[in-house]
Each structure stands twice: as structure tokens, then as C-alpha cells.
Write a protein that binds this ligand. Structure first.
Ligand code: NIG
Ligand code: FE
Ligand code: ZN
Length: 408
């Protein structure tokens, strides 16, 4: 066999094997190979095995110096494109105000919507670029990015075009989601707004392939279940996958709607109750938990441990956004999931790789296997568990995408 490149000096190569989401305790089934090597051709993995078993020819080789290698992480939930800041909200919250009260008073997400509408597309690209780079440096080689700070169809489309432009200029793969975030303040306008989304925005997004999924925020201060159902049904009619932000603060039926409608994922789940665990476990919907939100807002952590024990397929994301989770590291999201949500290191790695890929409808990502794209991380240490153990510094030494190392 001839390869373009052979990666050697791998102390441990750790990956889930085989496609599909891992449910429950199967989230601990990782495959570990010591003193491994990876052969790459045209950006794809053509061989993985023990270094001593390689008998092909490689045009070049790189010795990673006795370090652990894991698949590139998948961040399945971010709002990385926004303008302005939420520092005044942060001041208010650290002085005792709640996130929901700030939102109800016209601040919070609405403040970011005003700032984002006032920015040009070029400005949004240049503000968001360093954020995506931070996620990439932290190990995320595939990143979902939501719109949702646009509000009007024109600005939502502009946000999705910004994500498209970022995707073209950054080596990470970006997956765009149309987020129908919050309703107009005036109750009387809600029905008209939903109609506009269903007849104008969603069809245009589907026609122009500007997003692969539609997400709706179900919450007392956002959309109610019957409203979300209309929006998500329209998404499905137009061939788009669906997702929900749900059970963040209140239980108002969003999770049940998500399962009924066949959502790819239900995200947040901080308020998910014990009676909902089995329902989620019996479904193919991924439970995406976002520990940065619990840390930043001081709200209860989603019951990650209970979800896994009940048999659900759990994914972890940063939820990078200015209001509820200014978390710029996918590796730290895994580290927090172990501390706040009770996942083991093994479960956290599966949650941040294969299961996160499934939350985005991707079958071909989050694993190191022959035939798949060579997206992987070389860690600083020789024991892969440092990825989930480390806090406050980057455990990721090198990020490789399509068989190429990103410049440091
Ligand atoms: N929960 C609603 N949406 C975002 C927060 C957006 C914001 O506060 O700007 C979230 O995922 O938490
Ligand atoms: Fe969120
Ligand atoms: Zn979110």
C-alpha cells in the first residue's frame, strides 16, 4: 500500500468504532490501540494499525512524539455569529437578576438581535472568525452554527450567508442551522410572524440549501409548543431536519414534541425530569447537553448521568453564545460534562464525537476508521484522558483536518 503520509509515535489511538449513535452504557465502548499509526491518502484514512505492522510505503511521515490521538471533536450546538456584547446583562445577573427576567424585559437575546441587525455581513464574518478559530484550536473540526439573532427573514438569511462564508474560509466543517429563536414582543403579531417564517423564510432556506436543520426555542419566554409544532412541521415539509432548544428553564412540552416529530436532537434539558428519561432513551433523538450554560447561568445541570443510565444517547456541545454560554472550547465542554453532568471520560468523548455527529445527522464523522476523512487531534499528553481532565489550558496540541495539520 502507498500512502501520502504516515502518522507515527501515537501512544494511544482512541475512537468509537462503527456508525450510529451510542446509547446508555454503550457510550463507554471505546477502542484503544497503543503504539498505533495512521496512513493517509487524499485526506482520508487508508490504514490504521500497530506501528510495527505497517509494511506499506509512505511518501512522508510525521512522528507525534508518544502522544495520544483522538477523533476531531464535533461541536453540535453553537451560536457563534453575533454582534455587540452582553456584558451589561452579565453585570445584572451577577447582581442577582435572572436570565429570564432580563429576556422578558426586552434585553438578553433581543439586545443581541438589535446589535446583529446593525452589523454588515462583512463585519459579522470578521467578528465570528476568531470565535470559530478558538473552537477549532480547542479540537472541534466540525461545528454546527445557528442563525437566530436575525429575527427578520432578511437578517436571518444574511446570518446564514455569513456562516456559509465562514465555512468557505475556515478549515473546519461548519453546519448551518436556521434557528427561529424568539417571538415578537407583541402577542398579536405571533401568528403573522409564524406564517411569514413558514411561507417565506423556511422555503427560501430550503431552496437555497442555506441550512440543514431548523431549530426552535421552546420556553415560556420564547415559543410555545403549538407554535413550535407549526414551525417544525413546515421545516419537515421542506425536507429540513429539526431540533429544539427545550427544557432549559421550564417543562412546557417541548421535549415530547421533539420526540413526536422525530427531532435529530433535543438540546439543553437542564429541567428534564426523571419521568422523561425513559422516553428519550426509547427514541432515536439525541439528548444534547450544554454544561457551559449551567456554569455561566448557575442553573441546574442537565441530568447527564441519569440520561446515560436510562439508555439515552447523549451529546455535548459548547452552546457558544454571548448570553448563556461564552464558552470557546469544545474540550472544556467535555471537561465540564464530566464535572457538572456526571459523565465518565469515556462517555464524554463519545458524547463529543460520534453522538455529536449523529445530533447533526452525520454518519461519517467523529471516528477514526479506514475510509473516513482524516480529522484528528494530537493531544499534549500520552494518556487521552487528559482531554477530559484538563481545565484552564488547552489539552489539544495539534488539530489535523483532511490529513493536514493546522498551523499552530
Ligand atoms: N436558550 C436560548 N438560546 C441560547 C442563548 C442565546 C442568548 O442568550 O443569546 C442558548 O442556547 O442558550
Ligand atoms: Fe442554549
Ligand atoms: Zn443554543
Amino acid at each position: 500500500m502507498t500512502a501520502d503520509l504516515l502518522i507515527t509515535g501515537i501512544s494511544q489511538l482512541v475512537t468509537a468504532k462503527g456508525s450510529g449513535a451510542r446509547h446508555g452504557l454503550a457510550m463507554r465502548d471505546l477502542h484503544m490501540m497503543e503504539r498505533a499509526a495512521i496512513a493517509i491518502c487524499n485526506g482520508r484514512i487508508v490504514w490504521i494499525g500497530k506501528e510495527r505492522d505497517w509494511n506499506g510505503e509512505a511518501l512522508a511521515s510525521v512522528d507525534v512524539g508518544n502522544r495520544a490521538v483522538v477523533p476531531g471533536l464535533i461541536d453540535p450546538h453553537t451560536h457563534a455569529v453575533w454582534a455587540g456584547d452582553r456584558l451589561d446583562d452579565f453585570d445584572a445577573r451577577t447582581s442577582g437578576e435572572t436570565y429570564e427576567a432580563i429576556l422578558a424585559a426586552g434585553g438578553g437575546i433581543r439586545r443581541t438581535i438589535r446589535a446583529t441587525a446593525a452589523a454588515t455581513k462583512d463585519e459579522l464574518v470578521s467578528i465570528a472568525e476568531p470565535r470559530i478559530h478558538a473552537l477549532l484550536r480547542s479540537g472541534a473540526t466540525t461545528i454546527e452554527v445557528k442563525s437566530g439573532y436575525g429575527f427578520t427573514p432578511a437578517v436571518e438569511i444574511a446570518m446564514l450567508e455569513v456562516i456559509q462564508a465562514l465555512d468557505a474560509s475556515i478549515p473546519a466543517r461548519l453546519l448551518p442551522t436556521l434557528l427561529i429563536h424568539i417571538p415578537p414582543v407583541d402577542t398579536a403579531d405571533r401568528i403573522g410572524y409564524i406564517a411569514e417564517m413558514c411561507t417565506e423564510l423556511i422555503p427560501e432556506v430550503a431552496r437555497r440549501k442555506l441550512a440543514t436543520a431548523v431549530d426552535v426555542f421552546v420556553e415560556r419566554e420564547a415559543w410555545h409548543v403549538d407554535e413550535a409544532a407549526l414551525l417544525l412541521q413546515s421545516a419537515k415539509q421542506h425536507g429540513l431536519a429539526v431540533k429544539l432548544h427545550t427544557e432549559q428553564f421550564q417543562r412546557i412540552g417541548g421535549l415530547e414534541l421533539g420526540l413526536r416529530i422525530g427531532a435529530l436532537s433535543v438540546d439543553h434539558l437542564e429541567a428534564c425530569g426523571p419521568d422523561q428519561l425513559a422516553m428519550l432513551a426509547a427514541s432515536s433523538t439525541i439528548a444534547t447537553i450544554l454544561p457551559g450554560v449551567s456554569l455561566h447561568l448557575g442553573i441546574p445541570a442537565a441530568p447527564g448521568r441519569q440520561l446515560v443510565d436510562a439508555g439515552a444517547a447523549v451529546a455535548v456541545g459548547t452552546d457558544l453564545n454571548p448570553g448563556s454560554s461564552p464558552l470557546f472550547s469544545a474540550a472544556t465542554a467535555l471537561a465540564l460534562a464530566a464535572r457538572l453532568n456526571g459523565l465518565t471520560a469515556q462517555e464524554a468523548l463519545v458524547a463529543g464525537t460520534v453522538n455529536a455527529a449523529c445530533a447533526l445527522g452525520l454518519e461519517d464523522a467523529g471516528r477514526l476508521e479506514m475510509g473516513l476523512q482524516a480529522d484528528f487531534l494530537v493531544l499534549e499528553g500520552s494518556d487521552w484522558r487528559e482531554l477530559v481532565y484538563t481545565l484552564g489550558t488547552n489539552p489539544v496540541r495539534e488539530v489535523w483536518i483532511r490529513g493536514e495539520r493546522l498551523p499552530a
